[in-house]
Design a protein around this ligand. Structure first.
Ligand code: ADP
Ligand code: MG
Length: 257
């Protein structure tokens, strides 16, 4: 019997994306297994955010392949369709509804298609309430359900936004610099949260804080000038000559490797 071909949750192959002749992404190849928690690092301008834009349909590649699962061509779909497939993205700045409670923020994300008004003023089912409780527990906000999101700490807002993505039960979660602006304690908690989600979800985390990277990373991908410079464990990546060269002169405690 033939072995089935290995199935990646995400396949990026030969992808190039230029802005005014500048190759932000340059013949990029990237593969990720289902359930993996992958950390992407790289200097400013390396193309990290553009790579996420290419996955979510915010940007189209000039050429190359971006596939989800076995054979879903993401380059043929728009942002909304890609999100509906189960790809959720968390941007750097939290975008929660500050005047609504934690409970309603999660409720609003459970209901993709209905309007805010009809969601908040129709009866919730016990399944919905259970799901909201479950999500709130996962993100450590089970005792803040009635608090207005505007009163949460910066870290708690970030977790709520992750919870709003989880409410949609994404297969692939893209998280851009989740630890930015967080206290050390919040950063550590964020790491625990992301690690607890791996396996159930596939997760890409872009991060600068190497203490945090070391906490969560199994495989680290180093992006440089729109291509992969190196891939491996944190130790392998930090010992890699090319990586050291790229970061030389940038070395700073708690920052890039
Ligand atoms: P990173 O997230 O790794 O810091 P980005 O993906 O944001 O890097 O950017 C990579 C390069 O592409 C940068 O030089 C940036 O200026 C450029 N770039 C990104 N998006 C656009 C855009 N929409 N228009 C023009 N240039 C862009
Ligand atoms: Mg960026």
């Amino acid at each position: 019997m033939n072995q089935p071909a290995k199935q990646f949750i995400l396949t990026i192959e030969g992808v190039t994306k230029s802005f005014d002749g500048f190759k932000a992404i340059n013949d990029l190849n990237f593969y990720m297994d289902e359930g993996e928690l992958r950390v992407i690092i790289g200097p400013n301008g390396a193309g990290k955010s553009t790579m996420l834009d290419l996955i979510t349909g915010r940007t189209r590649p000039d050429r190359g392949k971006v596939e989800f699962g076995r054979d879903t061509d993401l380059t043929a779909l728009n942002e909304y369709q890609i999100n509906r497939l189960g790809i959720g993205r968390k941007f750097q700045t939290p975008s929660v509804y500050v005047d609504h409670t934690v409970y309603n923020n999660i409720l609003l994300s459970l209901e993709g298609s209905r309007s805010v008004w009809s969601t908040l003023f129709s009866r919730t089912t016990s399944e919905q309430r259970d799901r909201i409780q479950e999500v709130a527990k996962t993100i450590g906000l089970a005792d803040r359900l009635e608090a207005k999101a505007g009163f949460l700490s910066h870290g708690q807002k970030q977790w709520l936004e992750i919870g709003m993505l989880l409410a949609q039960n994404p297969r692939l979660l893209l998280v851009d610099e989740p630890a930015a602006g967080m206290s050390d304690e919040e950063t550590a908690k964020t790491g625990e949260l992301l690690m607890s989600l791996a396996g159930k979800h596939s997760i890409i985390v872009i991060e600068h804080d190497m203490v945090f990277v070391r906490q969560i990373a199994r495989t680290v991908t180093v992006l440089h000038q729109g291509s992969i410079l190196c891939e491996g464990t944190v130790d392998e990546v930090q010992a890699n000559e090319r990586v050291i060269q790229v970061y030389l002169g940038r070395k700073k405690r708690g920052d890039t490797p």
